[in-house]
Design a protein around this ligand. Structure first.
Ligand SMILES: [Zn+2]
Length: 435
């Protein structure tokens, strides 16, 4: 709703902008929508911007995990002409270099207009990249919006998208500014940084080979704990010697790649369960834009084969389907790649922490709201929520119940007692772990 109000307010007075979808894999509600916008390009410079946006798209298509997960992404391009060229407070969104001559930080001053254009160009605008027409190198990310100068190019754009899409931290050890967060804060916020340096306590221990030294020495290769990250040179560790989040190397490290895959799943609903036919010839089939071989299925109540099963009317059946990717390790993270569907109705969605995650508030109960183990009043009670409590809604309602985050797992509460907060949460700048 907020999105629509913003657009309506700005449509009235805005000069013409152009929006194009460069890559479409499905409806915005079911995909990660990336929007690339222009700033500091005059009307006559539009070709230059389009070529720059194409280079970013090419980089996405040739860099994992994006290359493999383009079937869960949409990429849009939006153009608003600026009155002047380059870094300036007077260009379309007021994007300019900030923080002194040596700083490569970029910041926009007209963020409301920028976000409204992003929504106009790309539906849900899960991530926004602004390309500034300037030869000086620069890039910055704030929440799910990031900036890059044309002089810095597509590789730096990928680094900034690591922040904006994956909520990844910088793995470099120094930069021209001063770190604004402590090491402990960085480690808490970013999944690719830690203050721990023992194998058992590393957040990415699933990726460390038994023969690898932890912490890393000068001669270590592979995933370990390498000193330096978040603009500190010591007291904080990163997973690899080099990574897109540290240097100009082309690829992301295993840990960053893993969190990008999870982030894509958390914003996408990759599958639907189509139920066709009637009586004893009723069939259920999972359909999506990823190759069928990407999925592992576990049918309950019926004998299923791969993505398909015969589900005679009246039979109580369901399917749990999981992305087979070897790029995500560990129980909690793998759970975000898992979806469950009711094979009688076709209803379903992420099992935990994925897809349309939203914040809700407990309303309409006088004393307390029951949290149940399964989406039925017959299932056991895990605990209670007080009126006004904030909950994290993990997916669409199933049988009148919302799945919510509960003690590290999933619980279910009656949907009529949860008021979902604005659907524009995807547009607010949130620094922190994305759930
Ligand atoms: Zn990394």
């Amino acid at each position: 709703m907020l999105n629509r109000l913003l657009c309506a307010a700005i449509f009235a007075c805005a000069p013409v902008t152009f929006a194009q979808t460069l890559h479409r894999s499905g409806p915005a509600a079911d995909r990660l929508d990336l929007v690339i916008l222009a700033d500091g390009y005059r009307a006559g410079d539009r070709d230059d911007f389009e070529a720059e946006a194409d280079r970013v798209l090419d980089a996405l298509r040739s860099t994992e995990p994006f290359a493999s997960y383009m079937p869960l992404m949409n990429v849009h391009r939006g153009f608003r002409a600026s009155g002047s060229s380059g870094s300036s407070a007077n260009n379309a969104y007021g994007t300019q270099f900030s923080g002194g001559f040596f700083s490569s930080r970029l910041r926009a001053s007209r963020v409301t207009l920028l976000l409204a254009d992003a929504v106009r160009a790309g539906g849900e605008a899960d991530a926004v990249l602004v390309i500034l027409n300037a030869s000086r190198r620069g890039g910055t990310a704030t929440g799910n919006t990031c900036y890059v100068s044309s002089g810095a190019g597509a590789r730096v754009a990928l680094h900034e998208l690591g922040h904006a899409i994956g909520r990844l931290g910088d793995e470099y050890s120094s930069f021209s500014g001063t770190p604004t967060l402590t090491r402990a804060q960085l480690a808490q916020i970013y999944p690719n940084l830690t203050t721990e340096s023992t194998r058992a306590r590393l957040p990415w221990s699933d990726w460390v080979a038994s023969s690898t030294r932890v912490p890393a020495t000068l001669f270590t290769s592979g995933v370990s704990a390498y000193s330096g990250g978040g603009a500190y040179s010591n007291g904080i560790y990163r997973p690899r010697r080099s990574c897109r989040m540290r240097t100009d190397t082309p690829g992301y490290c295993e840990v960053c790649r893993q969190h990008l895959v999870v982030a894509i799943h958390r914003r996408a609903n990759p599958l639907r369960l189509q139920v066709t036919g009637s009586g004893s010839s009723r069939r259920a089939r999972l359909v999506g834009s990823m190759p069928d071989s990407a999925w592992a299925t576990r049918w309950s109540g019926v004998q299923g084969q791969g993505l398909e099963a015969r589900v005679p009317a009246g039979v109580n059946a369901s399917v749990v389907v999981e992305d087979r990717t070897p790029w995500v390790r560990g129980g909690a993270l793998r759970a975000t790649l898992r979806y469950r569907f009711d094979a009688r109705t076709g209803a379903g969605g992420p099992v935990a922490g994925g897809g349309t995650t939203q914040i809700g508030r407990v309303v309409g109960v006088s004393s307390r709201l029951r949290v149940r183990q399964r989406p039925t009043t017959a299932s056991s009670i895990l605990g209670h929520l007080l009126p006004g409590a904030t909950v994290q809604v993990l997916g669409p309602a199933e049988g009148g119940f919302y799945p919510i985050a509960w003690n590290g797992g999933t619980g279910y509460v009656g949907r009529n007692f949860v008021s979902l907060q604005s659907s524009a949460v995807g547009l607010t700048s949130v620094v922190g772990r994305w759930r």
